[in-house]
Design a protein around this ligand. Sequence first.
Ligand code: FAD
Length: 408
Amino acid sequence: MKTDLAIGIVGGGIGGLTAALALLRRGFDVSVYEQASVLQEVGAGLQISPNGVRVLCALGLEQALMDICFEPQGKEIRLWSTGQTWKLFDLGAESVARYGFPYITVHRNDLHQLLYRTIETLAPGTVHLDHRFTAVERNDSKVTLAFEGRESMTFDVVIGADGVHSKLREQLFGSGPARFTGIVAWRGVIPAERLPERLLKPVGVNWVGPGGHVIHYPIRRGELINFTSVIERQDWKTESWSTAGSNAEYHADYPGWNEDVHTYIEAIPQPFKWALIARPPMQEWVAGRVALLGDACHPSLPFLAQGAVMALEDAFILGRAFVEFDNVDAALAHYQAARIPRTTRAVNGATANTERFHNPALAEPAGAQAYIDAQWEPHQVVDRYEWLFRYDATSIPFSDSEVATVQA
Ligand SMILES: Cc1cc2nc3c(=O)[nH]c(=O)nc-3n(C[C@H](O)[C@H](O)[C@H](O)COP(=O)(O)OP(=O)(O)OC[C@H]3O[C@@H](n4cnc5c(N)ncnc54)[C@H](O)[C@@H]3O)c2cc1C
C-alpha cells in the first residue's frame, strides 16, 4: 500500500502510541490525538509477557526497555491465610530459552514515556496533546474527527485507541452492555526501601483466597513494588482509577489475610480503589475506514495480565497489514480477522481466572492444597499460558479463512 495515506489515531495510551510507532517505522504519515494535556500514565505496573516484549523489541526498543524494566525470575502462588508458597513457573533465562524473549515488569509511565520519546524523535509533532475527540463523520474514502475547542481534521484512515470508555466505539458501534462484576480493585506503588528484605523476592506473586486475590511484583529495576488486589464487595461502583482510599479501609477489606499482605498494604504511600466493570468481547472492530484497537474493542478484567500486551500485538499486526495488503479495506479486514479470535480468548481467559483465584475451596489450608495442586498442575498451566506467550505478531501469517469467519 502507498505510504502517503493520512492516518489519525485517537488516544495516546500504550495501544495508540505503539500503533503510531509501528506505522511510522513502516513509513506512514501518522497523527495521534490525546485528550490529556500532559502525557502521563497513572502510577501502576504492567507485566509484559514475552509475546509483548517481542513486539517492543521488533519496534527497536530492546535496549531502552531493558534499562527501565525489571526481569522477574519466576512466578509464585501464595495462600491467603497461611502464606504457603507454590512455584507457578520459572521466568528469567527460562523465558528467553522457551519463548525467545524475557518476561518483564515495568512502571506504566516509564513505558509510556519511552514510546512517546521514540515517536517524537522519529517524527516530531506526531502526538497532539490536549485534543479531546468528540465526534466522527465518514464517507467512503475519508474520516473527519472533531475535537473539543479545536479544528476538525480529515484522514484516509482512523484508528480508535481511546480505551475502555471509547467515544469512537460508542459512536460507531454503540456503547454495548457493561456489568458491575461485584469486584473492587485496589492498587498502590511501594518504594522498595519501605519493605523488609524478605518481601523483596525477585518474583511475581499471586496470592489466592476465597473472594479475592493479590498480585505484586517489582518494577523499575526493583526500586518499586507494584501492588494490586481485588476483593468481592458490592458497595463501590466507581470505575475511575484515581479515587484515593485509605490504608485503614484497605486493611479492613482483607480480614484474616496473612500478615505479609498487611505489611505490603501498610507500606503503600497512597492506595487507590475502583470498581471492575466487565464488557463482553466485540465481534466487529471495523466500520468503513475506522478500526478500533486495544481496550477500545477488547477491554478485559486484569486477571491474565494481557490487556496491554494484546494492544501491543494489535498495533504490530495493524502495521503489518498496511504493508502486506494493497488497499485499506483489505488491510483492516485482515487486521480484524487476525485479532478478534485471539483477543476474545484472552478476555474469556481473564474472566475464568476470577473463579480460579477466588475459589471457596481455598478457605481452609487442607482443601487449598488439593485445589492448588489440581488448578496449577503443570499441564494446565501450559494450556493457559503457552498459546499466549508463543504467539509471534511479527511473523504469523494472515489468513483469508479468518476473514471469511469474521465476515460470516
Ligand atoms: C489493575 C490493572 C492491572 C493491569 N495489568 C496489566 C498487566 O500486567 N499487563 C497487561 O498487559 N495489561 C494489564 N492491564 C490492562 C492494561 O492496562 C490495558 O489493557 C491497557 O492500558 C490498554 O491500553 P489502551 O491504549 O488500549 O487504552 P488506555 O491505556 O486506556 O489509553 C487510552 C488513551 O485514550 C485517551 N482518550 C480517551 N478518550 C479520548 C478522547 N475522547 N479523545 C482523545 N483521547 C482520548 C486516554 O486519555 C488514554 O490516554 C491492567 C489493567 C488494570 C486495570
